[in-house]
Design a protein around this ligand. Structure first.
Ligand SMILES: Cc1cc2nc3c(=O)[nH]c(=O)nc-3n(C[C@H](O)[C@H](O)[C@H](O)COP(=O)(O)OP(=O)(O)OC[C@H]3O[C@@H](n4cnc5c(N)ncnc54)[C@H](O)[C@@H]3O)c2cc1C
Length: 548
């Protein structure tokens, strides 16, 4: 077998892996080898914002994952998209830029991730972004990810904002404000001009010319190589099928995402011995928390057919679409710059003391409420999802084969609170469209429709038609208890020279969309890693709050 080596081997070029690779190679004395299973990010739908709708089940740009069927979601196999290729999920996501609520991160610290409080995380959010809309004390000026306001939203969006204000929601100019009660707002997007601002474009591309960064695409990481309790590299399969060892002089960093990172740990013999034995892997380091604590947001949509107002539906096909393409090419705006939603609401049900549901409003509608082809006539959809679900699931391997998919079992709606909250959220979304300004535009509610009137009907609809909001986290949770996979320094317990840095380490899912938080996490981790390998004095300074 051939051998490649670098100081740091980073596994996965997704949101976190791109941040780490770019930041660690700012030091000319450190070298990084970034290993990514997917390809370069050349597909045009990656870069045109609205293209994300066409990528959710793309055969090569995603992993094509499905969830394990479960009674609580009507025994369906749900699509569980994960990006594959440079940029990872940041190359296929819905572009919504939403920072966590302060208490989300403070809750991590309280759960054992000492030092990961909101106040000390703030500078890392700003470091990752460029905010072009003027001076702002909490927003970044020179960061790699460009965050912009939605441009030219269609008039139906203002109607939703007005209706929300009528029922008592405050209008928030900035959905990322520190204080956020029940509120309506326009989303902000990870977009630079007309193009998506992915982690690959923002962080990795400017670093590609550096001599100390090497990127291997089309290369699957099989497992971490362990010698005497230390991670010394990884075993990979190159595009030609050759198995190669990649040596890490300093550290192996897993940034393979919520499913990839636990799967690699398990294939390396790090995990629950029972799970490993069932998959035919010998246990090297027993760690029962690997793959557990999976959390995700689960969405169900209310859709309406509208009249007397333009929506995205009519502009998404035929001559109207050609006009939108021309507008995009000449002016860089219009339909093709839309993100997953344009207007959002933080709502609060009777079950919480602070906002606990997010409503994502898109000026377009889908048959059966599931993302797919837009309907032809004017329509609108409101996705409803609980921010802090109690349901917990798992992701585990069932085979040693690196190319076999792990089993993803989120167990959505398995907690009673989650079911009650979602039912109330669906009612609240309906309530919004009963306000005079919107009611005058509604022809009919298409889904769930009049048959789903009572709680049982709404729950049955949510079970049969809901799906992931794509915010899977938590499968390599940091903490200090026996089931935590890593400590606050993100080092895997019981193995030297090995960290996990990605969405998998979050102890709890944030109340919001997760990409901004992963950017923060990786920015902070890069500093921690870099300073940990600097002089002892500096290491002490950086590590004071986040001991490994
Ligand atoms: C469809 C979709 C829409 C979303 N919409 C939004 C949104 O609008 N706003 C928001 O804030 N968040 C959104 N998210 C969530 C957000 O994008 C993710 O939380 C974030 O990108 C996760 O980053 P990560 O680094 O943990 O993992 P990823 O970005 O998923 O990166 C993991 C990388 O590791 C690679 N990998 C995995 N296994 C291996 C292996 N064995 N060998 C080599 N490479 C491997 C993968 O190919 C991938 O490139 C969305 C996610 C998806 C999937």
């Amino acid at each position: 077998m051939n051998e490649l080596k670098a100081d740091y081997v980073v596994v996965g070029a997704g949101t976190a892996g791109c941040v780490l690779s770019a930041r660690l190679t700012e030091n000319p004395h450190a070298s990084v080898l970034l290993v990514e299973a997917g390809a370069r990010d050349r597909h045009p739908y990656i870069h045109v914002p609205a293209g994300f709708l066409r990528l959710l089940e793309h055969p090569s740009i995603t992993w094509g994952s499905r969830t394990r069927p479960h009674a609580d979601t009507d025994h369906r196999e749900l699509v569980f998209p994960r990006g594959r290729g440079l940029g990872g999920s940041s190359s296929i996501n819905g572009l919504l830029y939403v920072r966590p609520f302060p208490h989300d991160i403070d809750d991590w610290a309280a759960a054992g991730a000492t030092g990961w409080d909101y106040a000390s995380s703030q500078p890392y959010f700003a470091r990752s972004e460029t905010w072009p809309h003027g001076e702002h004390p909490r927003r970044g000026k020179r960061g790699p990810i460009h965050v912009t306001r939605v441009s030219n939203p269609p008039p139906v969006c203002d109607k939703v904002v007005d209706a929300a204000r009528e029922v008592g929601y405050e209008f928030l100019d900035d959905p990322n404000a520190d204080t956020r009660g029940p509120a309506v707002f326009y989303y902000q997007q990870t977009r630079r001009g007309r193009f998506r601002s992915s982690a690959a474009r923002g962080y990795l591309q400017p670093a590609l010319g550096r001599d100390n960064l090497r990127v291997l695409t089309g290369t699957d990481v099989v497992r971490v190589l362990l010698e005497g309790g230390r991670a010394v590299g990884v075993e990979v399969i190159r595009p030609d099928g050759q198995t190669v060892r990649v040596r890490a002089e300093k550290e192996v960093i897993l940034s393979a995402g919520v499913a990839g990172s636990p799967a690699i740990l398990e294939r390396s013999g790090i995990g629950d011995p029972d799970v490993l034995a069932a998959a035919g892997v010998a246990t090297q380091v027993p760690l029962r928390g690997v793959g557990r604590n999976l959390q995700d947001h689960y969405v169900a949509r209310v859709c309406f057919k509208l009249k007397d107002i333009a929506t995205a539906n009519e502009r998404a096909s035929g001559l109207a679409l050609l006009k939108e393409i021309a507008r995009y090419v000449t002016h860089g705006d219009g339909l093709l710059t839309y993100s997953a939603a344009l207007v959002g609401l933080y709502g609060q049900t009777q079950y919480a003391q602070r906002p606990d549901v997010q409503f994502v409003v898109a000026p377009g509608s889908f048959r059966s409420g599931r993302i797919g082809e837009l309907e032809k006539e004017p329509g609108i959809s409101v996705g409803c999802w609980q921010m802090r679900p109690e349901s917990r699931g798992e992701i585990h391997i069932t085979s040693r084969d690196a190319r076999a998919q792990p089993v993803i079992d989120p167990r959505y709606l398995s907690a009673d609170l989650d079911r009650r909250t979602l039912v109330e959220a669906l009612r609240m979304a309906r309530g919004l469209f009963e306000q005079p300004g919107l009611r005058a535009l509604v022809v009919q509610e298409t889904v769930p429709g009049p048959a789903a009137r009572d709680d049982a009907g709404l729950l049955a609809y949510a079970r049969a038609n809901g799906g992931t909001v794509y915010h899977g986290v938590g499968t390599c949770r940091m903490g200090q208890d026996g089931a935590a996979v890593g400590g606050p320094g993100l080092r895997v317990r019981g193995v030297a020279g090995l960290r996990v840095v990605d969405a998998a380490v979050m102890p709890n899912v944030t109340s919001t969309n997760t990409n901004a938080t992963v950017l923060m996490l990786a920015e902070r981790a890069a500093e921690l890693i870099e300073r940990g390998h600097a002089g002892a004095g500096e290491a002490r300074a950086a590590g004071a709050a986040l001991a490994a």
